[in-house]
Design a binder for this molecule. Sequence first.
Ligand SMILES: NC(=O)c1ccc[n+]([C@@H]2O[C@H](COP(=O)([O-])OP(=O)(O)OC[C@H]3O[C@@H](n4cnc5c(N)ncnc54)[C@H](OP(=O)(O)O)[C@@H]3O)[C@@H](O)[C@H]2O)c1
Length: 293
Amino acid sequence: MRILVLGADSSVGSCVLSEARQLGFECLGTSRRTDACGGKINLDLLQPQTWEESFAWKPSVVIGCLAISNLKECEGNPQSRVVNVTAICELLDRFGRNGARTIFLSTNSVFGGDRDHGGEDEPVAPKLAYSRQKAEAERNFLAAAAQRGGARNASVVRLTRVLTPSVAPFPMWTKDLLSGKKIEAFTDFVFSPISCRYAARGLLRIGEAAEGGVFHLSGEDDLSYFDFAELLARYFKRGGVRPATAVARGVDLLFKPSHSALGMARTSRLLGIQPQQPSSVIAELAEEWAKAA
Ligand SMILES: NC(=O)c1ccc[n+]([C@@H]2O[C@H](COP(=O)([O-])OP(=O)(O)OC[C@H]3O[C@@H](n4cnc5c(N)ncnc54)[C@H](OP(=O)(O)O)[C@@H]3O)[C@@H](O)[C@H]2O)c1
């Protein structure tokens, strides 16, 4: 496999690139930062003249990690739709026409936060601009691939929250727990975290597969930030987690899902990938923090 990671400066893309390198794949990343490319190809989604170098590299698998993923920015900036829908679909379609397997990264939030373990084939119901853009791009991306007869070579991969070692507030919580300080975590905010290594390995496995369509990479279940903080404290054999609520603290969250975990029946059946357990997410984070210390 000759893997191109579009948006290799993103938190997910940088993990995919480093995991692909570690696993010995031939791989390359793109960056829009002309000043700090660091071995990556320059590619700006909004400047199609910059796309040619990445076509010339002739990847066999293309993983599209670039996006405007800030929820507030998507609500207020119409340009975000150009990045998240129009341009990314056009770019991936060009790679598909050149014979590459293409992967579009999407999100569990296309289900609007109401569906418990929504499956790969269940209807979406996005509420936020970001999620509506992702849902629209999923449809356009898959329709374009089907139209050119490349449906088996095009995959949408919906991810739940991906935790890299630097995602807040977890490094700070861990530091505080280890130094005996108390931490406060919300009981009324759920997520279903996965580690970046799990996400990266899952994406690479999907890149190798002879099947297209929708795949899910998810944590096993919904859990609150408080539940996760307690597991983190237990891992480090510490106490000191205090429950709080976002409501009582007056924290205005733009997206407060009732459910976050995705169903993975199709993904597990076709590829043997199981949902990730929180204990495995924490063990991987702890390993990365230990390496960085
Ligand atoms: N992280 C998660 O928990 C999560 C969960 C579900 C789905 N996803 C999906 O996974 C993908 C990656 O997410 P992420 O959190 O890793 O993203 P991220 O860290 O927010 O990075 C987004 C990347 O897109 C690049 N980008 C934005 N506009 C661009 C343009 N016009 N041309 C070229 N590059 C551009 C940014 O470049 P700069 O670095 O130069 O700004 C940045 O590197 C996204 O599609 C997201 O929707 C992520």
